[in-house]
Design a protein around this ligand. Structure first.
Ligand SMILES: [Zn+2]
Length: 100
């Protein structure tokens, strides 16, 4: 009885768009936008985006957001603040090293 129920559930989810490729694409979204993927993986993702509009929309949104954030940071963050952020981050990573 349980088995039959499981089958129906997973079939419903799959038809709604949870393709393994979609999950993988969204999984590496940030790496893709940061240019951290190798050529082959980029090609795989791009190919998937051509075929899959929900993923393409998600990528477009994140890409735009990233550009906006990058511009805002470049325009409005003074060097002194950036230095303080950098040293705060350095301190945080130094502190985390003391943790067991
Ligand atoms: Zn997809």
């Amino acid at each position: 009885m349980d088995e039959r129920h499981d089958e129906a559930t997973s079939a419903g989810v799959a038809s709604r768009a949870a393709e393994p490729e979609c999950r993988e694409a969204l999984d590496v979204l940030y790496h893709y936008l940061d240019g951290e993927l190798d050529e082959e993986r980029r090609r795989t993702i791009r190919h998937h985006l051509e075929l899959c509009s929900p993923c393409l929309e998600a990528f477009d949104f994140e890409a735009e957001l990233k550009v906006v954030i990058a511009q805002r940071c470049r325009e409005s963050v003074p060097d002194s603040l950036r230095d303080r952020v950098a040293s705060a981050l350095a301190e945080a990573s130094r502190a985390s090293r003391y943790r067991p």
